[in-house]
Design a protein around this ligand. Structure first.
Ligand code: TYD
Length: 220
């Protein structure tokens, strides 16, 4: 495949979406052809799956972690087929807001085992891996309070209430992201997300620009 796949990962409130848009804006100014997409919800089927996930607490029925896992992977399978693979085959730069590492971090923290995670990854991604993953790292206390003030009135994926259980869950999610970065330092670049957005943007660019240059894309 000729394109370049860059994924953005991090806990809620880490500023992924803001940074992704800033990078997209920079690429646009440089004339680099690219697309921006997200999981869950990057396709028509994905939008339906996202709606199910968003309202999963409404019925009062507790979902099996594997049911949730399979919905995220159904979203991803469609996203790969309809959006990501065609764009890569067309030689585009593809920027994705959340990808496989989110499943490893979140569903892993909900109790899904490594075997199931690896099995689904192999089935759906086959040999495809991001060329680069930008992990925006932030303490959950900060992320949750940022996300909480943003989403106060919205039904959220996780509890937006700033309670101990939510904090504990997000601490585990963060540790899982950091462990992935430790295991795959050549793929995952950790960018501290605490500073102001312009400094974070510079950190993201330091991670992304060498990959674009080495892929033959003019960025200077
Ligand atoms: P979203 O509204 O897209 O918010 P964010 O700005 O935090 O990305 O929410 C996505 C939620 O879904 C978020 O809580 C992380 C969760 N998620 C998983 O649990 N597993 C996954 O595989 C993915 C892609 C997301």
């Amino acid at each position: 495949m000729r394109g370049v796949l860059v994924t953005f990962e991090g806990i809620e409130g880490s500023g992924k979406s803001t940074q992704l848009l800033r990078l997209s804006e920079r690429l646009r100014r440089l004339g680099v052809s690219h697309i921006v997409t997200k999981e869950p919800g990057g396709t028509a089927l994905g939008a339906e799956i996202r709606r199910l996930l968003l309202t999963r607490h409404a019925s009062g029925e507790a979902w099996a972690p594997e049911a949730e896992l399979l919905l995220f992977y159904a979203d991803r399978a469609q996203h790969l087929k309809a959006v990501i693979r065609p764009a890569l085959e067309a030689g585009q730069v593809v920027l994705v807001d959340r990808f496989e590492d989110s499943t490893r971090a979140y569903q892993g923290a909900s109790g899904v085992g490594e075997d199931a995670l690896n099995h689904l990854r192999d089935l759906v991604l086959q040999r495809l891996r991001p060329h680069l993953t930008v992990l925006l790292d932030l303490e959950p206390e900060q992320g949750l309070s940022r996300a909480g003030s943003r989403n106060e009135a919205l039904p959220g994926f996780q509890e937006t209430r700033f309670d101990e259980a939510a904090l504990d869950f997000h601490r585990r999610v963060r540790q899982r992201f950091l462990q992935i970065a430790k295991d795959e330092p050549q793929r995952v670049s950790v960018v501290p997300a605490k500073e102001d957005p312009a400094l974070v943007e510079a950190g993201v660019w330091r991670a992304v620009s060498p990959l674009l240059r080495s892929s033959g894309i003019e960025v200077d």
